[in-house]
Design a protein around this ligand. Structure first.
Ligand SMILES: Cc1cc2nc3c(=O)[nH]c(=O)nc-3n(C[C@H](O)[C@H](O)[C@H](O)COP(=O)(O)O)c2cc1C
Length: 365
């Protein structure tokens, strides 16, 4: 019988983690400075959560072009590297481990972030959503389709960003291929209408992802690289005409890369009208991917223990529960109740709703 649960140790890349509770990447929009650099406040926030088996940071821009939201941090300047050094030092001082999430938003952006130039994407498409700018929410515009040579230089931006992350003291990087951002825009046929080597058949649409995975792995070591995917996502991107075949191919290929992990988001909402889409994501892809698997979305302790015990995943990432429970692992250990998170302070708001959620003992005192 399999006795593993969320609180048992696990190997991940070169690391032994004391538990399988991962802090999911979460944008909190608190880099209130011209440099878009993390501050002491970020260091305090992540250090408070260092008992997680692994922390994955909020999405961090790989270049100025990658920006799509106000007050989100980057990893492409010296000031940002120095800011992140504070974060990694604070987490390591508490014996935590932390990966940085590498992010390019593609068309989920606005000219306000790009000196009035258009955001870029695989194809000239308007995602018809809204972008969080300095002046509040603004409608997105039709993006400019990237030239083939530009696609290759973005791969290099990922490499430089990953090198910067290692300089800043991170234990590894997560390539953000989920939630409708640039990599997923390349993967899906509704957002990728290219006719060059990066468009058309599934292996072509997946080429951008695999070039990034290979180049970043070569730069920092594949055992320090994770990949996040959302095979059942319809946010910011249309479903593919054959999402199942797309991700069966992508995840099957990723299985051969000796990565630190694959991080999958489960389905959310009613997807019953969408053909050819896998909705039992980690159960299905556990059979396809043979390395370390993290599952995420909508888990509580019981469901998480179950997923680990039945082998559906090796680790479970928790998002919202980590916002309001910095000591989530300890609360799981104690079977203590969880505090509810305040949605009003998910994005922006300084220290409030960020570093002021108490640990369990303090709440009970
Ligand atoms: C405030 C907030 C910000 C998020 N930002 C990111 C992000 O930067 N990168 C990412 O991959 N997912 C992001 N997500 C998604 C979470 O990583 C996670 O997938 C989601 O919260 C579902 O997990 P949960 O049910 O445990 O909360 C964000 C979610 C929330 C609530």
């Amino acid at each position: 019988m399999n006795k593993q649960d969320l609180l048992t140790a696990v190997r991940l890349g070169p690391y032994t983690l004391p538990n399988r509770v991962v802090m999911a990447p979460m944008t909190r929009s608190r880099a209130y400075n011209r440099d878009r650099a993390p501050t002491e406040l970020h260091a305090e926030y992540y250090a408070q959560r260092a008992s997680a088996g692994l922390i994955i940071t909020e999405g961090s821009q790989i270049s100025p072009q990658a920006v799509g939201y106000v007050y989100t941090p980057g990893i492409h300047t010296q000031a940002q590297i120095r800011g992140w050094e504070k974060v990694t030092a604070a987490v390591h001082a508490r014996e935590g481990r932390i990966f940085l999430q590498l992010w390019h938003v593609g068309y989920v952006s606005h000219p306000d972030f790009h000196d009035a130039q258009l955001p870029v994407a695989p194809s000239a498409i308007n995602p018809n959503t809204q972008s969080f700018t300095l002046q509040g929410l603004k409608d997105t515009v039709t993006a400019r389709a990237l030239e083939t040579s530009e696609v290759r230089s973005i791969v290099q931006d990922y490499v430089q960003a990953a090198i910067n992350a290692m300089l800043a003291g991170f234990d590894g990087v997560e390539i953000h291929g989920a939630n409708g951002y640039l990599i997923e825009q390349f993967l899906r046929d509704g957002s990728n209408r290219r006719t060059d080597a990066y468009g058309g058949a599934i292996p072509n649409r997946a080429r951008f992802l695999f070039e990034i995975v290979e180049a970043v792995s070569e730069a920092v070591g594949s055992e320090r690289v994770g990949v996040r995917l959302s095979p059942a996502n319809t946010w910011n991107v249309p479903a593919d005409t054959d999402t199942r075949s797309l991700y069966d191919f992508v995840i099957g290929e990723l299985s051969g890369y000796q990565l630190a992990y694959l991080h999958l988001r489960e389905a959310q909402g009613d997807l019953s009208g969408i053909p050819n889409m896998v909705t039992d994501v980690s159960a299905h892809y556990r059979r396809v991917y043979h390395g370390t698997l993290i599952t995420n979305t909508g888990y509580d302790r019981q469901k998480g223990d179950q997923a680990v015990a039945n082998g559906q995943a090796d680790l479970v990432a928790f998002g919202v529960p980590f916002i309001s429970n910095p000591d989530l692992v300890e609360r799981f250990r104690l079977h203590a109740p969880l505090a509810q998170a305040d949605q009003a302070t998910f994005y922006q708001g300084g220290a409030k709703g960020y570093v002021d959620y108490p640990v369990y003992q303090a709440a009970a005192a």
